[in-house]
Write a protein that binds this ligand. Structure first.
Ligand code: ADP
Ligand code: TRP
Length: 323
């Protein structure tokens, strides 16, 4: 049986946060031996919201460092920048001819972004077509993402089927890999953690800065001595993502017993975060000091990625009469 192709991307539009970590990055690290893995930095997508060249370059580099620090092994995972594979742009055009405007208008991500004040550029509107190309250009089988990307994956499947319906079986129809427990990581305000909402906890904050970020998590005003509800607490919701079942039961007991404040809960959260991320924090410092090494990894990744993308694009060009 041939192995599965697993692929995902994250936009370099700000510091990697716990939502990105649990929704996509951590899963990708864990899946490295489960198939042919591709992981990319979606810098063309970030153009929809990041309009300063130096900032985009810097965040692109930092995201590569983040992935490597978290344990992405460039031997087992093809790590690359989206923009280093121009074949994806060509396939995007082909796909834009099999999807209708009315269909893309139903995109909730597009509507949400416009409602938040992001410029409704043609690029933002076409965002899902480029994303479909990112996925279909590599014959991907599985795409690990958070729940917010489920509709984009449905659009991708629809474009693949529409292309195949018109031209024959050319594109592989992928599936989203959404893990219910981590599908929607809450931010400091209890809503979806998201860069654009200013409610994130970055993965690579430590010490006092991390303490300050955790201080922002919104809690209710139950006095210290009174019992608290562990099932209705933003701190607990994040703690659960890092802690074992026994640790969660133990902390929930302390909530219910009273004489336990949210400050104590935040300290407990910081401890489990340090346990899980401490090594990655140290690796990141080392990588930041070796930018040429990171660049070489990205270029080698792009070379490998292009071989796969070229083959799929050639198939698609031939099928639709361009070749
Ligand atoms: P943001 O919403 O902060 O801009 P991205 O859109 O770049 O983040 O998301 C990159 C990846 O992280 C996607 O797979 C997305 O589904 C996942 N992700 C983002 N926020 C969350 C969250 N709060 N919970 C779970 N997954 C998330
Ligand atoms: N749209 C995704 C996000 O905002 C990022 C992305 C771009 C992506 N291309 C992709 C994710 C392809 C998975 C596969 O999170």
């Amino acid at each position: 049986m041939s192995s599965k192709t697993i692929l995902t991307g994250i936009q370099p539009s700000g510091a990697l946060h716990l939502g990105n970590y649990f929704g996509a990055a951590k899963k990708m690290v864990a899946l490295q031996d489960a198939g042919d893995c591709y992981l990319f930095i979606a810098n063309y997508h970030a153009l929809t919201t990041v309009h300063e060249a130096d900032v985009l370059r810097d965040w692109t580099f930092q995201l590569a460092v983040d992935y490597l620090a978290l344990g992405i092994d460039p031997e087992r995972t093809v790590l690359y920048r989206q923009s280093d594979v121009p074949e994806v742009q060509e396939l995007t055009w082909l796909l834009s001819n099999v999807i209708n405007v009315g269909f893309l208008q139903t995109g909730t991500s597009y509507k949400d972004k416009v409602a938040k004040g992001i410029i409704p550029s043609v690029g933002l509107f076409n965002y899902p077509v480029l994303m479909a190309s990112d996925i279909l250009c590599y014959d991907s089988d599985l795409v690990p993402v958070g729940r917010d990307q489920a509709q984009h994956l449905e659009f991708t499947r629809r474009m693949a089927r529409a292309f195949n319906h018109r031209y024959g079986e050319v594109l592989r129809v992928p599936e989203a890999l959404i893990d219910e427990e981590t599908a929607l990581v809450p931010g400091t305000d209890g809503g979806k953690m998201s860069k654009s909402l200013g409610n994130t906890i970055p993965v690579f904050l430590k010490g006092k800065k991390l303490k300050k970020a955790l201080g922002q998590i919104v809690t209710d005003s139950t006095p210290l001595e009174e019992p608290k509800d562990p099932d209705n607490c933003n701190v607990m919701a994040l703690y659960k993502l890092f802690a074992s079942q026994d640790e969660v039961t133990e902390l929930a007991g302390r909530y219910r017993a009273g004489n336990f404040g949210y400050g104590h809960a935040k300290l407990a959260l910081q401890e489990v975060m340090e346990r899980e991320l401490g090594e990655a924090w140290a690796r990141r410092d080392a990588l930041m000091a070796a930018p040429e090494k990171v660049e070489a990894i990205l270029q080698a990744g792009a070379e490998r990625a292009r071989v796969r993308a070229r083959a799929v694009l050639d198939r698609a060009l031939k099928a639709c009469g361009i070749r």
